[in-house]
Structures are given as structure tokens and as C-alpha cells.
Design a protein around this ligand. Structure first.
Ligand code: BJW
Length: 250
């Protein structure tokens, strides 16, 4: 059933400080002014993901790929965390026990970190990291201006954005922690994702099979909407704050 305010069941579970797993996607940053990927005004609208977010695209046309990510870095630098990011950080602070909270984000924009989230894993890398495509090592390089394409590592190899593209494996440690967090939680909150991209989209199912109460926060219907225990149909920046604070934890 679609609703905008949390059910008694959810408020009770939150009030008990039950172990919480949060999975986020681009929709959580939409209210910070950053475009999502899919849908009308999305980043993939009028752009072919295969020409921007695959290792093959980078090998074929590193300049187009780097210009896209340099533009994304400029957009993200100008953005600020919104009420949804801040609410997730507050939900973490309310669960000081190590196993009581984990945030797994598909977002690469760094807004969760800037909002104060610490117990988190980045499933799809970071806009603020680069990597040598030849050696695989991460490089401290978050420039958005370049004098050559692709920029070069000291070893001579091409430097690429430190994100996970289609067809690439997710960072092993981040995935292992996310899977463990999903398996161990009592509540799984899934906010602002189309639930289309795997393996991240499998995490709510892992949580549900392990017995968790699964809650979706999204103004639009997704494949998860059909089987989540609770669906809060609205913007994350409005709904997430309603899960925080003494009134939500009675
Ligand atoms: C709001 C809102 C508001 C708006 N409040 N909500 C199983 C089945 C089918 C395919 C596959 C499968 N397993 C793997 C695949 C292939 C592929 C895949 O999933 N393809 C599908 C698209 C069909 N997956 C992969 O390739 C992954 N790798 C892999 O599986 O490797 C296997 C392997 C193993 C071992 C060795 C080698 C390989 C990698 C996936 C990487 C995804 N990368 C991207 C780009 C990252 C860098 C960048 O940022 O540019 O990640 S693609 C893009 O999609 C980005 C996102 O993180 C990801 C998910 O998107 P997200 O966040 O859900 O955004 P949207 O736009 O889709 O949705 C936004 C939602 O927000 C909407 O629902 C709105 O309604 C909502 N919203 N405003 C709340 N205010």
C-alpha cells in the first residue's frame, strides 16, 4: 500500500533501535539538484550509457568520458547535502553499536559523507577518486580540468574515473560488507533508487529473505514496490526526516 507517513510497525522498529540497513540511489541527491540517471531529465536521457559508463567507451573515446565526469564533478562540488542525507546520518548516530547500522550507497557524489555518514560503503566508487587504468591503483586526483585526454599516470597509463562502470565488478570489500549488513538487519530502507541495476538491486531481497522489514522510499513505482513490506511514496528529503527524532521513536 502506498502511504506518505511511516506505519506504526516501522515507528516501533525504529523506536527499538533495531539494526538498520539503508540502500540509497541517485534519487536521494535529486533534492540537492543532482540529476538522476533514468527517466525524463535523467543523465541517460539523450545519452547512451554504453558510450559513457563502460570500460570500452573509455578505451574508445576517453575525452568524451572524462568531459562527462569532469562536468559531474563540477555539479557535485556546487551541491550540498539535503534533509534526506542529514536524516540518514541522524539515524546512524541513533545506533552507536557497530552492527546497528550500515549505509550502502550507489551514489558517487560524496554527499552522504558531507552530511556526516561514516558507517557506509560505496558500491559504485567515488566521483572524487581516479584510478590508473593500467596498474589499477587509486590516485588522489579530483580535477575537473585537464590539459590532455586521457590524463596520464606517472607510469604512463591512462587515468580513469574511480567509479564502477557497467560490466565491472563492484569493490569486493564494499560488496561483502553490504551483503552482511543486508543479512543482519531488522529494517532495510531503500531510498531513491530505480532498483534496476544489479547486484545492488539484489540487496533488499537478501534482507527480506533474512527476515528484515523492507521499506521503499520513492515517489515512483519500481520493481521493488511490488514486494516491499512498506512503500513511502514521496521525496526522500521529506520522508526520511519523518523517521528521525523522538516523535518517530515513541
Ligand atoms: C527519488 C527522488 C526523490 C527521484 N526522493 N526518490 C542481473 C540482471 C540483469 C543485468 C545484470 C545483472 N547483474 C549484472 C547485470 C548487468 C548490469 C546491470 O545491472 N544492468 C541493468 C541496468 C540491466 N550490472 C553491472 O554491470 C554491474 N557489474 C556487474 O554486475 O559485474 C559483474 C562482474 C562480476 C565479476 C567480474 C566482472 C563483472 C555494475 C553496475 C555499475 C553501475 N554503474 C552506474 C554508473 C556509476 C558511475 C556514475 O555515476 O557515472 O551506477 S550506472 C548508474 O545506475 C549508476 C547508479 O549508481 C546506478 C543505479 O541508478 P539509481 O541510483 O537507481 O538511479 P536511477 O536514475 O535509476 O533511479 C533514481 C530513482 O530515484 C528513481 O526511481 C526515481 O523515481 C527516484 N527519485 N527523485 C526519492 N526526491
Amino acid at each position: 500500500m502506498d502511504r506518505r507517513s511511516p506505519s506504526e510497525t516501522l515507528l516501533r522498529l525504529l523506536g527499538e533501535r533495531s539494526a538498520l540497513f539503508v540502500l540509497t540511489g541517485a534519487g536521494v541527491s535529486a533534492e540537492s539538484g543532482l540529476a538522476t540517471f533514468r527517466g525524463p531529465d535523467g543523465l541517460w536521457e539523450g545519452r547512451d550509457p554504453a558510450s559513457l559508463a563502460t570500460p570500452e567507451a573509455f578505451a574508445r573515446d576517453p575525452e568524451t568520458v572524462w568531459r562527462f565526469y569532469a562536468w559531474r564533478r563540477r555539479q557535485a562540488r556546487r551541491a550540498s547535502p539535503n534533509a534526506g542525507h542529514l536524516a540518514i546520518a541522524a539515524l546512524e548516530r541513533a545506533r552507536p553499536q557497530t552492527d546497528g547500522f550500515l549505509l550502502a550507497t550507489q551514489n558517487v557524489d560524496g554527499l552522504h559523507e558531507r552530511a556526516g555518514s561514516t558507517r557506509m560503503v560505496r558500491l559504485h566508487g567515488s566521483l572524487w577518486r581516479s584510478r590508473c587504468a593500467a596498474e589499477g591503483v587509486e590516485i588522489d586526483d579530483d580535477r575537473d580540468e585537464f590539459d590532455e585526454f586521457p590524463p596520464r599516470c606517472a607510469c604512463g597509463g591512462p587515468i580513469r574515473p574511480g567509479v564502477v562502470w557497467f560490466g565491472e565488478a563492484l569493490p569486493e570489500a564494499a560488496w561483502a560488507l553490504a551483503e552482511r549488513g543486508a543479512r543482519a538487519c531488522a529494517i532495510a530502507i531503500v531510498a531513491g533508487t530505480s532498483s534496476l541495476v544489479y547486484p545492488a538491486a539484489a540487496l533488499p531481497d537478501i534482507a527480506k529473505r533474512a527476515g528484515a522489514y523492507v521499506v521503499e522510499i520513492n515517489p515512483e513505482h519500481t520493481p521493488l514496490s511490488d514486494w516491499a513490506h512498506e512503500r513511502l511514496a514521496g521525496p526522500a528529503g521529506e520522508i526520511l526526516p519523518s523517521l528521525v527524532g523522538p516523535e518517530a521513536h515513541r
